[in-house]
Design a protein around this ligand. Structure first.
Ligand code: OOG
Ligand code: MG
Length: 262
């Protein structure tokens, strides 16, 4: 850790205020170039503490920057992890208000729901699949608080990995009933296919992202609780959305889930 308590608290307040007021900011490493990974996750934790103090509920966890497409799009090198609270959850087919967001983009993801706790280190695809109750399609709406989505890894971790909204839906399947590597993913915007891929784009197998999350939490003395919903990360690059857009994600064998933006 390089940052003191007061600074961590101030950065968390700043980034959360940007989120709540839909205002952008410059990346925080511009002012704190020496901040380390622990500092970055400590700022994220403090944002969560602020939300919990106001009555928020944690509804899940997310992995980000787990596909080559996302890594190339954002110019970064390693996966990142964040939290999902109830204020981010959107109902299937619902309207997302873009006025509450800065510059939203959508990502096609595979969501996991665990039936057992998963505790790292040492988790692998097999352990993640064994702990999985079912998988289903999910659209994540990311909205970096950083101007023009320009950030480095530490800044984006502190900003809860750009988490803003998400929806899951379609058809939930037991993980054993689908080959998550070859399973096709098609993201449509206003009826046109705008991004497509297969599950293997996410670390070779989307369950590898869940295992990486468990290993990340394990290093910090935590685990993924049973019942958790986990977004395993965008399969393709993210696609910008604007008022009037309708976005539909189709995942092979798992139906579709959609969102509208106004
Ligand atoms: C960071 C979050 C990336 C994903 O699925 O890869 C993410 C960003 O690109 O703003 O959620
Ligand atoms: Mg994502």
């Amino acid at each position: 850790m390089t940052l003191d308590d007061a600074t961590l608290g101030r950065l968390a307040e700043h980034l959360e205020t940007c989120q709540l007021q839909a205002r952008d900011t410059l990346k925080i490493t511009d002012d704190y170039p020496d901040m380390d990974w622990e500092d970055a996750y400590a700022v994220q934790d403090r944002i969560l503490q602020r939300k919990l103090a106001r009555g928020a509920r944690v509804v899940g966890l997310k992995c980000g920057l787990t596909s080559r497409a996302k890594i190339q799009q954002m110019g970064v090198t390693a996966p990142v992890f964040g939290f999902l609270v109830d204020e981010f959850a959107v109902a299937e087919g619902a309207m997302v208000r873009t006025a509450e967001l800065i510059h939203p983009e959508v990502e096609p993801e595979i969501a996991f729901v665990l039936k057992h706790e998963l505790r790292g280190p040492g988790c692998h695809v097999g352990a993640a699949l064994a702990a999985t109750d079912f998988v289903l399609p999910g659209i994540e709406v990311i909205d970096s608080r950083y101007r023009d989505f320009k950030f480095d890894l530490k800044s984006v971790i502190a900003d809860n990995t750009s988490a803003a909204r998400f929806v899951v839906g379609g058809r939930a399947l037991p993980a054993a009933d689908v080959d998550l590597r070859t399973c096709g993913v098609v993201l449509e915007k206003n009826g046109q296919s705008v991004a497509l891929g297969a599950g293997a784009a996410v670390l070779g197998h989307p369950a590898a992202a869940v295992a990486a999350l468990a290993n990340h939490l394990g290093r910090r003395g935590h685990s993924i609780p049973a019942g958790s919903l986990i977004l395993s990360g965008g399969v393709t690059k993210a696609v910008a959305v604007a008022p009037g857009d309708h976005v539909c994600l189709r995942v092979q064998g798992m139906g579709q889930v959609s969102l509208r933006f106004n």
